[in-house]
Design a protein around this ligand. Structure first.
Ligand SMILES: C[S@@+](CC[C@H](N)C(=O)[O-])C[C@H]1O[C@@H](n2cnc3c(N)ncnc32)[C@H](O)[C@@H]1O
Length: 886
């Protein structure tokens, strides 16, 4: 070996490519490829001997003492992909004592293969055997080399070094995380009553563009998870639908147990309750603080999955598999993990980058064009402020990026657009990471990647714009200001507008007509940036960044007018293609900000808005002119904001009121590709606005859970309150509740009738009936309930025979027999009694091949055509059909 152990800790330049090359040739001499040790099966027989080979132990001892996170060391590696993988190996091998043997030998074989393919292959064959060995693969090197029962020879070599590390670099021997180091110094006064101290954290990470990451021949994820024997993954529900089986197959092929946790990741789900769910699930899986969680998804998943990992055990490593443009070049590798809360965007969060970020363009194939366009805005911002070559590449690619979904759709592998797209994503990622990682905790505001984000928060939500379109408008306006400052030329300004316009991004929006929202955003942004506007805009040339620190209200007003006149001359008069969230099938984000279940009184979070998350538009900031009457304001609001609703096919639109035509019957219910009747957040909002259930219902829910019965069977708080109030309004005396389950609906009715009223409820299943009986017993109005434990089909026929009468009959048992219960109910009802059929809209949400879906559809149609009744279909919970005899 060509190293002197004692000096290594100081001589960082030693750990360069040469160091690995020399190691490879020295090892080959001492342990040739033909050696019986490498051929030994099982590998356990050879392992101790191999650890004892001098070039290997000297190499490992030296590397364990390296300052692997040091910039000087990194500079020793040229910038080719292969060289950087050596740097990554160095960072891992530094912690060799704490690497599982499977991983250790895998990394060693990748190092050796770089210099000697033939020898690398024979070493890799041995490494593969170690990796696959159930016992050896996960065994840490320290358990082989310095444990009590390790061979004395190994203990002598590796033990002496362990003692050295204990004194000089304990992190190398007993790390909590091999991706973070902390250093600091403390200076105290003589009496220790005053202390001055400095702390610093160093974090290491790897970011890589990959191809076909889920193909079994790709070993990137295998290398991380095989030594651990399992992979716990937090996966976006949409991705699971599209790629779930590919993920299952990948991990099965490598014999890694794949434990998938799936979450819906729409913008509205980006709140603390989803983060909390992830935390509970990680704990449920007993994820350890050193076990990297795999986070799979786009921007929302990157934010909330990363945040959950930051909170779990105070920080747990995670591997980010990015499946969208935004996550690939921005949110994925970003250290800024977060979630929305209290009505504010990104208000909670932590700085916690992934240990490994992988971006695979293959996933872009299933993105909508509107999403691709929106993602390109984040690339343009990096091009304009950081990288002129990236900007030229964007000019060359133009709209082909959208048409081919970044070179993965309708174009061949290796085609020019495929190659160009790869380079665009890579450069954008590089620019982003360079801007972000040098300023990890946002300790200063010179952040090029905030280009376009200074004024856009003021109008993005208000206008219902996709984030990318709001940012592109902000970038266009910023470029104009830069031109006015003389920081870029007029032709550069137009190149920026052209590149955005070519891909269909917005240069303008009608909301710019009024500068109020931009101005209020500037005021809040200035506060957030510590009193400086510090708006990043191009300066000097495209690809360079400067910071505008002053813009008066007057100048903003005049320049906005000028900018719009210029933007209007562009294709589509400067408007973007599908710029609004609703255009791409997303809900209007302005509804997200009003997520009232989590909202707080206005005013109480003013400071948070200014310092943390993006401020949510405040309705009182809007442009109402003072002194106008309420009715004028109201009418103006109707014409400005509400008229478009009348054009849609909503239940309140004029069209649907005027229509007298009867729909003809259909064999099947319509396709309805949603698992709920509601937009996300709608039902939660309705719930938050509904009277709270009493302790008796909380008890039912608890008992149902304790009995491990399927809780969603219960009608729940919204429908329960509805049933109670119908009973009250109807002044009902006797109610028949068909399908008791654990008693929620029966007790809701009992709460709504007078003390002499009665609820007869029928349940055939004994386990549910036992719980219901117990709950009725302890409930305040439980005495009004009579539970019949029997088959309801027969019970109702018997009741008709004996002439029983009811004011309300609630159908909630087996859906396929609703028609039978309905016919009986028409006989059992008082003259103006009411039938209520629960789950009446489930033909929309149940799966296509579910027979219950078909029978619910036929039942609803049958009632519609029944001349004996009138009815209304209510979208309460899963649909309640209200029927009355005429
Ligand atoms: C959706 S759950 C009822 C929920 C209940 N209304 C509540 O709010 O808690 C349907 C119940 O009907 C019961 N059921 C199904 N078919 C039945 C039948 N033929 N006779 C009696 N009970 C039946 C099931 O055992 C189940 O407990």
């Amino acid at each position: 070996m060509h190293i002197t152990l004692e000096a290594t800790a100081q001589r960082n330049s030693l750990f360069s490519i040469e160091f690995f090359r020399n190691f490879t040739s020295d090892l080959k001499k001492a342990l040739p490829g033909s050696s019986s040790l490498l051929k030994s099966t099982p590998p356990s027989h050879a392992l101790v001997d191999i650890f004892g080979i001098e070039p290997l132990h000297k190499f490992l001892v030296a590397i364990s003492r390296a300052d692997a996170f040091n910039g000087e060391v990194a500079a020793g590696f040229a910038q080719t992909k292969d060289d950087l993988s050596l740097l990554r190996s160095l960072k891992l091998l530094k912690y060799c004592y704490n690497l599982p043997c499977g991983q250790l030998f895998n990394v060693l074989s990748s190092v050796i293969s770089k210099f000697d393919a033939e020898y690398g292959a024979s070493f890799a064959a041995f490494a593969g055997k170690v990796l696959d060995d159930e016992t050896l693969g996960p065994l840490f090197m320290k358990h082989v080399t310095i444990a009590k029962d390790s061979s004395p020879a190994l203990k002598e070599i590796y033990g002496a070094n362990a003692d050295y590390l204990l004194d000089n670099d304990p992190h190398a021997l007993y790390p909590t995380s091999i991706y973070r180091q902390c250093k600091g110094h403390v200076t105290s006064s003589d009496d220790s009553r005053v202390i001055e101290s400095v702390m610093g954290t160093t974090i290491t990470t790897t970011i890589e563009i990959v191809r076909d990451v889920l193909s079994p021949s790709n070993t990137q994820l295998r290398d991380v998870y095989k030594p651990l024997k399992r992979c716990v993954a937090v996966v976006d529900e949409r991705l699971d639908r599209l790629y779930g089986s590919a993920m299952d197959e990948y991990f099965a092929a490598h014999e890694i147990s794949f434990e998938k946790l799936v979450y819906r990741c729409m913008e509205v789900d980006k709140d603390i309750s989803t983060v909390e769910k992830i935390l509970v699930d990680l704990k449920g899986k007993r994820v350890s603080r050193n076990e990297p969680v795999l986070v799979v998804g786009g921007g929302v998943m990157a934010d909330i999955g990363g945040f959950a990992c930051a909170l779990y055990h105070r920080n747990t490593p995670y591997v980010m598999l990015c499946t969208s443009i935004v996550s690939g070049i921005d949110a994925g590798p970003s250290p800024r993990t977060c979630c929305d809360g209290l009505g504010y965007k990104n208000v909670f969060g932590a700085y916690h980058p992934p240990i490994l970020t992988l971006t695979d363009r293959q996933f872009f194939k299933t993105l909508e064009p509107g999403w691709i366009r929106h993602g390109i805005a984040e690339i343009i911002k990096m091009a304009v402020t950081k990288d002129a070559t990236l900007f030229t590449a964007l000019e060359t690619a133009g709209n082909r990026l959208v048409e081919t979904k970044f070179g993965v759709d309708q174009c061949g592998r290796g085609s020019d657009i495929d190659v160009l797209s790869e380079s665009i994503i890579a450069k954008a990622m590089d620019g982003y990471v360079r801007s972000e990682y040098g300023n990890l905790w946002e300790t200063h505001q010179c952040r090029p990647h905030a280009y376009g984000h200074t004024w856009s928060p003021g109008f993005e939500l208000q206008a219902g714009l996709l984030h990318g379109h709001a940012v592109s408008i902000g970038m266009g306006y910023g470029a104009y200001l830069s031109f006015l400052e003389g920081w870029i030329t007029e032709s550069e300004f137009h190149r920026i507008l052209k590149v955005m316009s070519a891909v269909g991004l917005s240069l303008r929006h009608d909301i710019l007509e009024n500068p109020d929202s931009l101005w209020s955003s500037q005021v809040k942004m200035t506060e957030k940036r510590g009193g400086n506007l510090c708006a990043p805009i191009p300066r000097g040339a495209i690809g360079k960044c400067g910071y505008l620190n002053t813009l008066t209200r007057e100048r903003m007003e005049s320049t906005l007018i000028e900018y719009q006149i210029i933007a209007k001359k562009y294709p589509r008069e400067g408007f973007g293609i599908e710029p609004h969230c609703r255009d791409v099938g997303l809900e209007d984000p302005s509804t997200v900000k009003q997520h009232a279940a989590h909202a707080v009184p206005k005013g109480s979070l003013e400071t948070d808005a200014a310092t943390s998350g993006n401020p949510v538009a405040d309705p009182s900031d809007s442009n109402g002119e003072k002194g106008r009457s309420n009715i004028e304001e109201y009418n103006q609001w109707i014409s400005e904001k509400q008229v478009s609703r009348n054009e849609g096919e909503t239940s309140s639109s004029l069209n649907s009121v005027l229509s007298t035509a009867t729909e003809s019957d259909t064999l099947q219910p319509p396709a309805f590709e949603h698992s709920t009747l509601f937009f996300p957040g709608a039902e939660e909002y309705a719930n938050a606005m509904t009277s709270r259930p009493t302790a008796d219902f909380v008890n039912i829910a608890d008992e149902t859970k304790a009995a491990k019965l399927f809780a969603p069977c219960m009608v729940g708080p919204i429908e329960g309150q509805f049933l109670k109030m119908i009973a009250q309004i109807k002044n009902a005396k006797r109610i028949l509740d068909i399908g008791t389950f654990t008693g929620y609906s029966a007790l809701a009715f009992a709460d709504g009738i007078s003390s002499i009223g009665e609820v007869v409820t029928i349940e055939a299943d004994n386990s549910a009936a036992v719980v219901a009986r117990k709950c009725f017993k302890s409930a305040q109005n439980g005495y009004k309930v009579k539970l019949l434990e029997t088959d309801a089909r027969k019970a109702v026929t018997d009741m008709v025979r004996t002439g029983e009468q009811f004011d309300i009959i609630f159908l909630d048992a087996d859906k396929t027999n609703y028609k039978h219960y309905y016919e009986a109910a028409l006989n059992l009802l008082d003259e103006d009694g009411l039938i209520m059929a629960d789950n009446a809209l489930c033909s929309l949400v149940y799966e296509e091949n579910d027979p219950v879906r078909q029978s619910l559809h036929e039942f609803a149609q049958f009632v519609r055509n029944d001349k004996r009744v009138e009815q209304v279909m209510l979208t309460v919970r899963e649909g309640v059909l209200l029927v009355r005899k005429v």
